[in-house]
Design a protein. Structure first.
Ligand code: FAD
Length: 387
């Protein structure tokens, strides 16, 4: 497995154990069927509790059943899951960073006790409803709103492109609170079996096919006051969750690229043309050399991000740079790997084209490549260029 500058040597025992557990899990339970899931547009939902049992959902949180592992261990976990498929890593990212994290950071004691153990064990599935049909890159324009009604709120609006919404038990829905001055954005825990909630599946995807994506319709949905996340108000709520998830993506994308690289490296040794393996041609070696270099650079950025996060110095702009760079790298390099596999490379028998297709989603969600460019532009010049 590619580890060109011996990063493995610095891992502690727990980090190795978590990485190996994830690697063995995907090899045994997911890899054999992942091509079929991708073709059929399905997710292996029967593995959701098993992933919980193995500690794949937010193990970097502390308490309520979460072991508080190092940020490097968490990153390695995301890397191994995405080395199998971005759909698998998306499952863990949404459940951990986008659902458990906001409950952990902003929830009441009752909300934490009710949801965190269940979500951590994969006994319940969560989803994160921020994006709307008319508001993607600019979520602060959201139109979903909550109005106070007796002891609770009534929610109206629609969310789209929501990972796992059709199979979720609970949605973290971000909505404007119309009862408060300036209508701040607040987080609501919405059980999906409440009257007025619909979660239609989006089926026409050509990317991230081994992941369930849907909408959330909210039509006069009543939720009690105790379902509001009390600890946060404003866009800081959803944006801070996205920072957590993007951290995992920066690591995960390296896994996808590494897997595509390994497939290409093997193929270059096995496939013979003109009387010998294609790996003896300088053109093919040049591709492998460039891929290995780009993967290694992205890996180094991910490891540095883990150090910053561990000591509390990681800023959103650091995450923007890593998400932006590492996903672009994985998108580019999985295409090169695909190309090295010739005609076989366009099938689901090999991983590179699946990773390449997945990367179109990963490049787009959690802040598009363009939006992260603007975040960096603002950081470097002090001038925001969003509008
Ligand atoms: P738009 O914002 O309409 O962007 C269209 C294009 O315009 C993009 O290229 C963009 O970069 C560009 N653009 C926009 N603004 C600017 C600007 N100021 N300057 C320059 N260029 C600009 N959302 C959730 O809330 N929860 C989820 O679980 C979730 N899962 C997803 C799963 C999948 C498979 C996909 C595809 C998306 C998911 N999303 C989710 C939504 C995702 O975050 C949005 O698609 C993303 O934020 C982009 O929004 P948009 O699709 O509306 O594109």
């Amino acid at each position: 497995m590619l580890d060109f500058v011996q990063l493995e040597a610095d891992l502690d025992q727990e980090e190795r154990m978590i990485r190996d557990t994830a690697r063995e899990f995907v090899d045994e339970h997911v890899r054999p069927d992942i091509g079929d899931h991708f073709e059929e547009g399905t997710f292996p939902t029967e593995l959701i509790p098993k992933m919980g049992e193995l500690g794949f959902y937010a193990p970097n949180l502390e308490g309520y059943g979460s072991p508080n592992v190092s940020e490097t261990a968490y990153g390695l976990l995301m890397q191994e899951l995405e080395a199998c498929d971005s759909g698998l890593r998306s499952m863990a990212s949404v459940q951990g960073a986008l659902v458990m994290y906001p409950i952990h950071a902003y929830g009441s004691e009752e909300q934490k006790e009710e949801w965190l153990p269940k979500l951590g064990q994969g006994e319940a599935v969560g989803c994160f409803g921020l994006t709307e049909p008319e508001h993607g890159s600019n979520p602060s324009g959201m139109e979903t709103y909550a109005t106070e009604d007796g002891d609770g709120y009534v929610l109206n609006g629609s969310k789209t492109w929501i990972t796992n919404s059709p199979i979720a038990d609970v949605a973290v829905v971000w909505a404007r609170d119309r009862s408060a001055d300036e209508e701040p954005v607040r987080g609501f825990l919405v059980e999906t079996d409440r009257d007025g909630v619909t979660t239609n599946k989006i089926t026409e995807k050509l990317s991230l096919r081994a992941s369930i994506t849907g909408e959330i319709g909210l039509n006069d949905v009543s939720v009690p006051e105790e379902n509001v996340l009390p600890g946060v108000s404003g866009m800081k709520g959803p944006l801070s969750c996205l920072t957590q998830a993007r951290y995992g993506i920066a690591w995960g994308a390296v896994g996808a690229a590494r897997d595509a690289f390994e497939e290409a490296r093997q193929y270059a040794q096995d496939r013979e043309q003109f009387g010998g393996p294609i790996g003896r041609f300088q053109l093919q070696q040049g591709k492998l050399a460039e891929m290995a270099t780009q993967i290694t650079l992205a890996q180094l950025l991910a490891y540095r991000l883990a150090e910053l996060k561990e000591r509390g110095d990681m800023q959103p702009q650091h995450v923007s740079m890593a998400k932006r760079n590492n996903v672009r790298m994985a998108r580019d390099q999985s295409r090169v790997a695909r190309e090295m596999l010739g005609g076989n490379g366009i099938t689901t028998d090999y991983s590179p084209m699946r990773h390449m297709a997945n990367m179109e989603t990963v490049y787009t969600y959690e802040g598009t490549h363009d939006i992260h460019t603007l975040v960096l532009g603002e950081e470097l010049t002090g001038i925001p260029a969003y509008q």
